[in-house]
Design a protein around this ligand. Sequence first.
Ligand code: B12
Length: 305
Amino acid sequence: MALQRLISPKQAARAIGVSESSLKRWCDRGLIATERTGGGHRRLSIDAFMTFVRDRGFPLVEPSVIGLPELSGVKGQTLAEARDLFRKSLVAGDDESCRRIVHDLYLAPHSLGAICDEVIAGAFNDIGNLWSCGEVEVYEERRACEIAARVLHEFRMLVPPPPPAAELAIGGSPEGDPYSLATTMAELVLRTEGWRAVSLGNMLPFDSIVAAVVRHEPALVWVSVSVIADEAEFISGMSRIQDEVQGIGGVLVGGGRALTPEIRKRIRLSSYCDTLQNLETFARAIRARRTRQPAAAREDGQLGP
Ligand code: B12
């Protein structure tokens, strides 16, 4: 059964093993955001329900009722153990097991940044090592990327949508860089931190990133850099992006294995984050600072980004 966007109180109640009347009472007390159908029936959005379940620590006793995978059993495990299981499931091409592991860890609750860094990226690091010693086939690695992308895209539905006044964040991987998982993760992590984050994908020409900054005036721009195809082009492209971002009072965050200390000395970033957990912390701090600072003061250049 596919994940459902809207669920009934009956389905929600069954999923966590409580009575329908208790569930409806929580809806009516505003503990779970609820919509009404034309006929007056209550409907819960899946992200609001999952936020409630996660915050209150309810166990999911029958997740399949709302289209979620059965539990994986990793909930009581360490992230290192989960990484191992995730890697095995990825290499085996087991979509369902990968979905389960990520859902369970999120409900545990671990931050999405920790799940991405420690479990997903960790498992890919291990897959890379296995591939380089001939223990994993190229097709197994590519299939693993497809699975991870599907799990992350499905996850977007479970994360609460950004609040209406949320600030915009955009980002991606620059030209010559085919790596796509890290930018998808950055988008998700920023969304969990209350940003209206939109990943523009991989292989983005520098001038196109600049065009997006000019057109949409994001408060935060991220670049994920795993490969630098042409160093001189890269330095000059990053400089054009930074000029534009600075001009609109935004911040430019960089991450990725190709941003070595030597390269970082030659580019200007508001911040370099080596992990998505650091991005979580940075994004939270920037959001708090921008909420305190009136936009006019930022535009006047009275205060730094
Ligand atoms: C999947 C993969 C690919 C896929 C990617 C597909 C896709 N759709 O993304 C493809 C097929 C493109 C690929 C190609 C190649 N690959 Co490759 N690849 C990998 C692998 C297994 C996983 C990379 C990945 O996506 N990881 C998941 C992400 C989320 O994790 P991450 O990159 O580590 O990022 C973390 C941090 O850096 C940080 N971060 C990253 N970006 C950002 C951005 C921000 C804003 C922030 C805050 C943080 C942040 O947070 C992330 C999570 O912790 C790695 C192994 C490894 N060690 O990572 C090899 C690896 C990188 N590849 C390698 C190689 C050799 C190649 C090829 C040369 C193979 C070949 N002969 O063709 C080509 C080169 C392609 C090119 N043009 O350069 C080597 C590189 C060795 C080296 N020293 O340079 C590795 C290390 C494998 C290995 N152990 O040998 N690869």
